[in-house]
Design a protein around this ligand. Structure first.
Ligand code: ZN
Length: 238
């Protein structure tokens, strides 16, 4: 007997499959990441196609099959038109969702991860966001890494465990956290300099909901530093 269920999902990726079908990767609220086949979406008259655009929030019905699970029906609840109409926002969404898709493993349901992705897209789509889209993507990536078991140590030195004090600290990619100046001679080659403001901002991103971070005032210099650290940190883990 075929099993069917409905779940709210965010469309992560869609690739061509067979003549008229596509493989659609989604992150679902109830069952985590799913790889599904959508039949006939490349036909001009397809009713499914518009609902299954990448980044859409959609309610879908899944039909379990022998070889593949299929999308039986789909209804988009938010197509995020402001993201799709703005190249900078679209690039930020693409970067964040691609990273998410690489990092998150299939079929491990985690509602917190689902709502983190949903908040990220909803706020990026809104007029309320005051930080640049690219930095917003970095905040999201940092929070997803933390949620997936890569939360960096931001309060004590990863070598000697002493409390971090101001000035001349380093961020270690391999050890996943800060190295105080007293241990800088013991550092590996995979470290980045980090300013006191850079540490404060990483702590704020780690500790707060995305909703609390959307209005942060970040200087251009600090934005560069923060994006650089988060980019290297995420490259190190995928
Ligand atoms: Zn130390």
């Amino acid at each position: 007997m075929e099993e069917t269920y409905c779940t709210e999902t965010i469309i992560l990726n869609r690739t061509d499959f067979r003549e008229y079908d596509s493989r659609t990767t989604v992150y679902s609220e109830d069952r985590g990441k799913l790889d599904l086949v959508a039949r006939g979406v490349k036909k001009i008259k397809s009713k499914l196609a518009a609902h299954l655009e990448p980044f859409n929030l959609a309610e879908i019905m899944v039909v379990a099959g022998k070889q593949f699970d299929y999308i039986g029906a789909a209804s988009s609840k938010n197509c995020f038109p402001n993201i799709k109409g703005d190249l900078a926002k679209l690039a930020a969404a693409g970067k964040a969702v691609n990273f998410f898709n690489k990092l998150v493993k299939a079929e491990e349901a985690d509602k917190e991860i689902f709502f983190l992705l949903k908040d990220f897209l909803e706020i990026l789509d809104s007029q309320e966001l005051k930080v640049n889209g690219d930095l917003w993507a970095s905040f999201f990536i940092f929070k997803i890494l933390a949620q997936s078991g890569y939360r960096p140590e931001l309060y004590n030195c990863v070598i000697c465990n002493n409390k971090i004090t101001p000035e001349k600290n380093l961020f270690s990619l391999s050890q996943g956290g800060l190295i105080g100046k007293e241990c800088s001679s013991k550092r590996g080659s995979d470290v980045l300099a980090i300013s006191d403001d850079g540490i404060k901002l990483l702590r704020a991103v780690a500790a707060n909901d995305l909703k609390m971070l959307k209005n942060l005032k970040v200087s251009a210099k600090l934005e560069m530093e923060e994006k650089n650290i988060i980019n290297y940190f995420c490259q190190y883990h995928i």
